[in-house]
Design a protein around this ligand. Sequence first.
Ligand code: ADP
Ligand code: MG
Length: 412
Amino acid sequence: MSILLMNLFINVIIKEKYYILERIIMKRIENIDLKNKKVLIRVDFNVPLDKELNIVDDNRIRESLQTINYCLDNNCKIILMSHLGKIKSEEDLEKNSLKPVAKRLGELLNKEIIFVPEVRGEKVNKAVNNMKEKDIVLLENTRFLDLNGKLESGCDEELSKYFASLADIFINDAFGTCHRAHASNVGVSKYIKESCLGFLVLKEIDNLMPVVNNPKHPFIVIMGGAKISDKIGVIENLIKKADYILVGGGMAYTFLKAKGEEIGKSLLDSESLDFAKEMLEKTNKIILPVDHITSLDMESNNYQIKEKLDSNDYGLDIGPKTIELFKSYLENSKTIFWNGPMGYYENEIYQKGTKEICEIISKLEATSVVGGGDSASCVINLGYKDKFTHVSTGGGASLELLEGKELPGINI
Ligand code: ADP
Ligand code: MG
C-alpha cells in the first residue's frame, strides 16, 4: 500500500515538473530557427530616468543584450518594442520616450539603432520595410497608445494584429511585464505565426521556479519593504515552503504591532493587522527584529539604536542585534529568497541593514535569489549583483511567480 502511494506521489511530482518543463521547452528561443528571419522582440526597457532624462540604471537594457545578440548572430532583422512608465496624460509623453534608451542601446551594442518616434503607422511601416539583415529598429513606447483608449494595456485586438503583421517570429523577453496580458506581449502572440520566450525570460524562470517548486532546505525567506498588503500572496505561499521568514523593513512594524508592541510612528499597514496576527498565531516561522535604528524625524540624520520604540519614534532600519539574529538563520541556509529592503534605504543612514544582509549573503554558498523592484535596485546599486545567484529584473512578475500564479506572458 505504501509503495503504491509512494509511486502515485512520485508520478504526480514528475508529471507536474514535466508539464512545467514541457510548456517552457517548447517555447525556448534556441529551439526555433531564426536564420535570416524578421523578428519582433518585446524587451523590457522600462528603466528609471532622472529629470534630465538620463538613464539612472541600465540593468534592464544590459539584460536584453543576450537575446538581441543571438538574433544578430542569426542575421535577423530585429524590431524591438517596450513600454516605459505609465502614460496617463499628454505631459507623460515627453518624459517617457524611448529615445534615450535607443542611444544607450546603440552604445552598448556599438551599432546604429533606428529609432522610430511612433508605435504604429507610416513611419513604422517605412522603417520596417526598408530593413536589411542585422538592422535594429526600436519603436516608441508602446504605452503611448494607452492615451486614447488603453490600446496597449487593454490588449486591443487591432493593435495586437498590427504588431503581429510586422514580423515572422515574436520573442517575448520582457520578464517585468509577464504578469500582464498586453497587446505587445500576449496579444501579438495570438496572431503571429510563431512565438517563443527569449533568454532573459528563460533565465528568470529557470532561477525563480526552483525556489517555488523544490527549494533546498534550510530555505530562508527575507521579507521587508513597505506594505504587507502587496505581499500577502507571496507570504502565504512561501510560508508553506520556507523554514523561516525573517521580516525586516517597514513591514516588520505591522507584525510587531500585531504582537502588541509599541511601534511609535513607524510604517503601519493597518489593513494587514489581522493577517499579521493570524500568521503569528498559526506559525513559529516568522522571525521579527529585536532592535531598531530609530529617529524622531524621517528626514533627519540623528538616529538612535533601540530595542523598544517610544511613541514618537520612527523605526527606519533593523539594528545590529537583528542583523546578528538574521545572520544566524542565513548561515545554515541552502536557499534564500529576498524581497523588500530592510529599511528606509533612500536615506544612506538607513541603508546599513540592507547592506549588511547583502554582505552576509555574499559570503554564503547558498542559492540566493532577489525579487522586487526596490530590492533589486538596492542589491545592484550597493554593488552586490554578482554575489547573488539571481537578481530578478521583474518586480510584480517575480512576486506573482512566487505566489504560484501562472503568468500570461510566459504562457504564450
Ligand atoms: P520591492 O519593490 O523590492 O518589492 P517595496 O516596494 O515593498 O520593495 O518596499 C520598498 C520601500 O520600502 C522603499 O521605499 C523603502 O524606503 C521602504 N521602507 C523599507 N523599510 C522602511 C521603514 N522602516 N520605514 C519606512 N520605509 C521603509
Ligand atoms: Mg517597490
